[in-house]
Design a binder for this molecule. Structure first.
Ligand code: IPD
Ligand code: CA
Ligand code: CA
Length: 272
């Protein structure tokens, strides 16, 4: 398939990510040295998050001075309310980063106000600095990895499906709910993965690497870009009840159309 010409906006976003990415890469190599030095790595990681976010903020602000921002570290920066805003996670997969595991990403989404007063995500980039992969989507124009079109997987049997999830952790999430869903899904599928970056989990569903994904409690910056990627790759993302309200409910069930209804049946059954 032929890559559509990038919109000017996309070029701006990718340029920002490709500026912040090498910084994260350098800091990642440094964090491995820090493991053995006297300064603990945890603080350093939070500095790496903040520095990457600062780079993204400065670049994007320069290009779109009147747009707002919602960022994991810096919170909200108000813009012209009639204009779009950027939703940014400068480092998704912090635990991996901290442990020297090269699986983390920058996530940037653009949310536009609609005449109805609702807002929708229209542009998405999940950029993985260690592999230099750009997963990106623009509403109505498809999802792409570099210049190759992305499609969700075509597997239709649960027994062949590789499903990603996010497991609750200390002080974060509903263990009982997750365990129930796990108990319903795991015996039916080929495998479950917990790789530690929700943005990449969704990007990999879009790319057909994973056949499905579930997680609850995600924040908008974890998932806003990934949801558009999956949808533009032909997949479905809903809350656990099957409604198109994943972001509002902070419940994410993503898969291709064939598997989505099957997974949804299992998940809804587990939560009844
Ligand atoms: C986390 C990752 C992880 C998910 C957590 C998120 P962070 O983001 O996306 O996969 O399970 O809920 O908080 O903290 O690494 O930016
Ligand atoms: Ca995150
Ligand atoms: Ca983060």
């Amino acid at each position: 398939s032929i890559m559509p010409s990038h919109s000017g906006l996309f070029t701006v976003i990718e340029r920002a990510a490709r500026k912040a990415g090498p910084r994260l890469r350098r800091d990642f190599n440094e964090v491995q040295n820090l493991q053995v030095s006297r300064k603990g790595p945890a603080d350093f990681v939070s500095i790496a998050d903040k520095r990457a976010e600062q780079t993204l903020f400065e670049e994007l602000r320069k290009a779109r001075p009147d747009w707002g921002f919602l960022m994991e570290e810096g919170g909200e920066v108000a813009g012209d309310p009639s204009k779009p805003r950027f939703i940014i996670d400068p480092l998704d997969g912090t635990s991996n980063f901290l442990h020297g595991i090269p699986h983390f990403a920058i996530s940037i989404a653009v949310e536009e106000p609609l005449p109805s007063g609702k807002r929708e995500i229209t542009t998405a980039l999940v950029y993985q600095p260690m592999t230099d992969e750009s997963f990106w989507a623009e509403k109505g124009r498809g999802a792409w990895l570099q210049d190759g079109r992305l499609r969700v997987s075509s597997r239709r049997d649960l027994s062949e499906a590789l499903i990603a999830t996010g497991i609750p952790f200390l002080g974060h999430g509903d263990f009982v709910e997750w365990s129930r869903i796990f108990g319903a899904v795991a015996p039916q599928v080929a495998g479950i993965r917990r790789f530690g970056s929700a943005a990449l989990d969704l990007a990999w569903v879009a790319a057909g690497r994973f056949d499905g994904f579930w997680e609850s409690g995600l924040k908008p910056w974890d998932a806003a870009a990934g949801v558009l990627l999956v949808k533009e790759a032909g997949g479905f993302v809903t809350d656990y009840r099957g409604a198109d309200r994943a972001l509002e409910r902070a419940e994410y069930l993503a898969a291709n159309d064939g598997l989505h209804s099957k997974l949804h049946k299992l998940v809804a059954g587990a939560l009844r």
